[in-house]
Design a protein around this ligand. Structure first.
Ligand code: TRP
Length: 335
């Protein structure tokens, strides 16, 4: 069933929402993994704007953020010619398949989704049906492209399991239609924590701006946020869960250098927190400098970005339509 047989490269699909400012957690945990994978896979990297409107968005801002995120994908090193980089709303098949898959998903399954519970408890004024069926749209994203591998963070594990269940259910009800995708978990980057609350994930929707380092933060902002990062009163640098703030800083450092925590500890053993913070800040600034430079060049060139969006959306649409036609035929629509 997989389109990856016959010497074709296996396919990957992943996406980030254009809400909030993307952080070094997204960068190390997602983008850098994608960059490392792009040559071995046929890859689709989507900016999931349909998902973003499950929470209230300001239209002008959403538009700007979507374009920004496309530019950031490219600035981080994703090739927009060999990969398919596009905004989700430009490929109408996502929404169409999502509707069909809604009819193959049980409310009981959606009721169990921890992210829904979490998001609805934080947004009591806007618990809309889209927030509830969000995982079905995500399943549609993945299944539309006969995706083999889905790079995700731990927080999306449950959604991917649901995607697999939906695919299997559909295949079983009719006949093989969808590739049943596998999750791929990145390394340490996926676990970067908030600088202010180092037991919670660093999040682009963090209410406290000091908790997250945005990819486009200026060097002095990065340095200040790291200086203010919460540590502890132990006063000694150890890599241990008992010192989550210090551990997180070491993790951030290792994301840049590629060292293991033990290797990094050779450098930090016996030093004070000030030294650690200075090193982490310098490493982070240095990592982001070229990405930011490239980003500011790209974002000025609206014509270029629009062209990328157009050609890539057409490519994605072409692939998606093949799956959607099969699905429509199987469920009994006139095609
Ligand atoms: N739900 C994912 C997140 O918030 C984003 C996403 C949407 C996604 N569709 C996807 C990730 C498909 C991987 C594959 O992180």
């Amino acid at each position: 069933m997989s389109e990856s047989i016959n010497n074709k490269k296996p396919r990957i699909f992943s996406g980030i929402q254009p809400s909030g400012n993307i952080t070094i957690g997204n960068y190390y945990g997602a983008l850098k993994n994608w960059v490392a994978m792009q040559d071995e896979y046929e890859a689709l990297f989507c900016v999931v704007d349909l998902h973003a409107i499950t929470l209230k968005q300001e239209p002008g801002k959403l538009r700007a953020k979507t374009r920004e995120l496309i530019a950031l994908y490219i600035a981080a090193g994703l090739d927009p010619v060999t990969n398919i980089i596009y905004p989700q709303s430009h490929v109408r098949q996502h929404a169409e398949l999502s509707w069909i898959l809604n009819c193959f998903t049980y409310m009981g399954e959606l009721n169990r989704m921890t992210q829904f519970k979490d998001k609805s408890s934080k947004n009591e004024a806007n618990i809309n049906a889209g927030l509830y069926t969000y995982p079905v749209l995500m399943a549609a994203d993945i299944l539309l492209f006969q995706t083999d591998i889905v790079p995700i963070g731990d927080d999306q594990k449950q959604h991917l399991e649901l995607t697999r269940d939906i695919a299997q259910r559909f295949n079983h009800t009719y006949s093989d239609t969808f590739v049943v995708p596998e999750a791929f978990f990145g390394k340490v980057g996926a676990r970067i924590k908030s600088l202010q609350e180092p037991t919670a994930k660093m999040s682009k929707s963090d209410a406290n701006p000091n908790g997250a380092i945005a990819l486009l933060d200026e060097p002095n902002v990065i340095t200040n946020k790291i200086k203010r990062a919460v540590t502890d009163s132990v006063g000694e640098i150890n890599y241990t869960d008992k010192q989550p703030g210090v551990k997180n800083l070491i993790d951030i450092y290792c994301c840049k250098t590629g060292e293991t925590a033990e290797q990094a500890m050779n450098k930090f053993e016996g030093q004070n927190y000030g030294f650690l913070k200075k090193e982490v800040a310098e490493a982070t600034v240095e990592e982001l400098r070229p990405v930011q430079e490239k980003f500011y060049q790209l974002i000025k060139d609206k014509k270029y970005l629009d062209e990328i969006i157009k050609t890539n959306s057409e490519k994605a649409s072409y692939i998606a339509e093949k799956t959607l036609r099969k699905v429509k035929k199987k469920v009994g629509f006139i095609i």
